[in-house]
Design a protein around this ligand. Structure first.
Ligand SMILES: Cc1ncc(COP(=O)(O)O)c(C=O)c1O
Length: 389
């Protein structure tokens, strides 16, 4: 028997980066010593104390049972305590916290949980490509907010088409930003709350890189903005702050209606997470955060070293404020994709073309600072030999 995928699945977006991975693999298979700066997978191990907490929890029979559908109260309490301690945000752990099997799940399921087919949602361009999966699964209409370096990659709400704004029901933001490394200001978040209230638009701020800020500046949480909880939520992940990308654990916090919608859809899709993972997450969130400080110091060092190596060959970066990427301009005469192809072909250096994150990513490539310094200095030297800058 043959089976056809449903129409919804047939309309899922094509995975732009699958193509990049195939090109990189083909280059490596040809024997080239590829320096891969194209990925976004944290390279450091999960801190020991979290691994140990997980090991202990897996040995506890209490953790072998089904979790409560909406997750363990102690994890929700730890998430609320974390937001209070780190951002001075008050949260009701039962009504304003939803446990997620990685923030991607929340971001993808939310349009389905909150919107009806044909409703309109606003996404940033460039932006994290997986948001598009949620658009397709929920069969909603997508409108893009074009971001640019001139505007520090913050959307200019005044410039959006008023008809689109009138239709829009949900909007995603992401600061510190993937792919650009841009960060949000409190003034911008205040404008966002005002805009959302005026037009009745729900806000989802993706805080995946919330822990990673540079030059001594700590990224602010959207929920620190007065009125933010009335209009939206923030998603948080342990993937980046604690190098737990493979563990699949995160949470959403904020507006209780949106949190309820997430919890309701998850009641039907999952039975929360393996309790031992939730216990390990509690250990991470309750810790003194010294592991996070060391990690941020490492990314800061790498960013500075990469910038220095790039500047040495005349390649001037867009100055990032957070996340673990460098957003690098493409020399004249090339598209992002042509430039990325050229670097792979001639220098065996893989970078992600900006257009993989949307049309407005044209003119840039994203470099992941997820390898150690000698390799990306070598990458810059190889690129310098091409004489493009
Ligand atoms: C902007 C952004 N949001 C969300 C995620 C998803 O993170 P996770 O599902 O691991 O929590 C990522 C992962 O790369 C990301 O870059």
């Amino acid at each position: 028997m043959r089976f056809e995928e449903s129409k919804v699945l047939q309309h899922l977006p094509k995975q732009f980066f699958a193509n990049l991975v195939a090109k990189v693999n083909a280059k490596a298979a040809s024997g080239a010593d590829v320096i891969n700066l194209g990925q976004g997978n944290p390279d450091q191990p999960t801190p020991d104390f979290i691994v140990k907490a997980m090991q202990e929890a897996t040995a506890d029979p209490a953790d072998h049972k089904y979790s409560l559908f909406r997750g363990m109260p102690r994890f929700k309490q730890a998430a609320a305590d974390f937001y209070k301690r780190e951002y001075d945000v008050d949260l009701d752990p039962e009504k304003e916290v939803a446990i997620l099997g990685g923030s991607k799940i929340g971001l993808v399921e939310l349009p389905f949980a909150l919107l009806n087919p044909g409703d309109t949602m606003l996404l940033p361009d460039p932006g994290y490509p997986d948001y598009l999966s949620g658009v397709a699964l929920a069969q909603v209409k997508l409108e893009l907010m074009s971001l640019s370096a001139d505007q520090h990659y913050l959307p200019d709400y005044q410039k959006l088409d008023p008809n689109v704004v009138e239709q829009a029901k949900l909007m995603y933001l992401n600061y510190p930003n993937n792919p650009t490394g841009a960060v949000a200001t409190s003034e911008f978040y205040e404008d966002t709350v005002k805009f959302a209230n005026e037009h009745h638009i729900g806000v989802v701020q993706d805080f995946a890189y919330g822990a990673i800020g540079f030059d001594g500046k700590r990224p602010i949480s959207f929920l620190q903005t007065p009125g933010a909880k009335d209009v939206g939520i923030e998603t948080y992940t342990l993937s980046k702050s604690y190098n737990m990308a493979g563990w699949r654990v995160g949470f959403a916090v904020g507006n209780s209606d949106m949190i309820e919608a997430i919890n309701l859809i998850q009641d039907h899709l999952f039975v929360s997470l393996f309790p031992a993972i939730q216990d390990a997450a509690v250990a991470a969130l309750d810790s003194d955060q010294s592991s996070v400080k060391s990690l941020v110091a490492l990314y800061q060092k790498r960013r500075d070293e990469f910038y220095a190596a790039a500047r040495k060959i005349g390649w001037e970066p867009y100055p990032s404020g957070g996340a673990f990427y460098a957003w690098m301009p493409v020399p004249k005469g090339y598209t992002s994709e042509e430039f990325a192809d050229l670097l792979l072909d001639k220098a065996a250096v893989a970078v992600a073309p900006g257009t993989g994150f949307g049309k407005s990513g044209e003119g840039f490539v994203r470099v992941g600072l997820l390898i150690d310094e000698p390799r990306f200095t070598e990458a810059c030297e190889r690129i310098g030999e091409l004489g493009l800058f």
